[in-house]
Design a protein around this ligand. Sequence first.
Ligand code: ZN
Length: 109
Amino acid sequence: MEEKILVDYPKCPWCGHNQTLTQKAWLELHGNDEKKDMFVSFNKMVAVLTDTPPQFGVTLPTAPGLLVHQDFCAKCGRLWTTRAELKNLPTGMQIQSGPQPGGTFHPQR
Ligand SMILES: [Zn+2]
């Protein structure tokens, strides 16, 4: 599956400001280096979009999913959804832990 940005919401829907608190903090840290234009967000929520139930013992490294970013407006402080992406998400959380065929299971990845 091709990963892509589904929707961008670059401006606060409440006041129209275009900077989030996380972007502001990120610029404080990286305003003078090559990372300054990276997309950053405060909160990330994921939902795996598959109708196939997880099968224990079967290695399913990723599944298509929705990744939603939220952040706080740097001007008015309200929370808004800043981006939605289609992503291949790791399904490790859904698979029973323990030795997996072909290698060691690393739940933190
Ligand atoms: Zn705002």
